[in-house]
Design a protein around this ligand. Structure first.
Ligand SMILES: [Zn+2]
Length: 149
């Protein structure tokens, strides 16, 4: 039996890895990592994760999710809205056989990102509905959740 590590939550699709992706992948495999569970935060990352899985099929395991905060880490950051989940769901179902888990999802009530009760209610709605959809998206098995904390 071959032994190794599973990185159960990484952001390998992040722009920060574009320049030296090959080096990162090489160091990852040299360190004994056998699987990278590639979580996403926004629907715009889904295609990149699928491309990475196609490029490294024995290493990258896709995980689709909608983070409670959208718009990156800059001044455009905002609380997730139900429309964000609406945009993601077709991708969940279309690629359900390729997903090993669902995430990254969760709640983030940072005051300047979710200042209103509507923001917090929207986050709760997206979180609960995503968790409910993971079963439907998971064909015969229920996908694990990767929770933001
Ligand atoms: Zn994360």
């Amino acid at each position: 039996m071959e032994h190794g590590f599973v990185d159960c939550h990484c952001h390998i699709s992040a722009r920060e890895f574009e320049e030296d992706l090959e080096d990162v992948i090489q160091r990852t495999t040299e360190a004994g990592v056998k699987t990278l569970v590639a979580v996403t935060e926004e629907v715009g990352e889904f295609a990149r994760v699928l491309q990475l899985q196609e490029r490294y099929p024995d290493l990258v395991a896709p995980c689709f999710g909608i983070h409670p905060l959208q718009g990156g880490g800059g001044s455009e950051q905002r609380s997730v809205k139900p429309q964000d989940l609406d945009a993601a769901l077709p991708h969940f179902y279309k690629h359900r056989e390729r997903l090993v888990a669902v995430g990254e999802i969760g709640l983030d009530f940072t005051p300047w990102c979710a200042p209103t009760q509507q923001d917090r209610d929207d986050q709760m709605k997206v979180f609960v509905e995503t968790a409910q959809h993971r079963q439907g998206a998971g064909s015969a098995r229920e996908r694990p959740l990767a929770i933001s904390c």
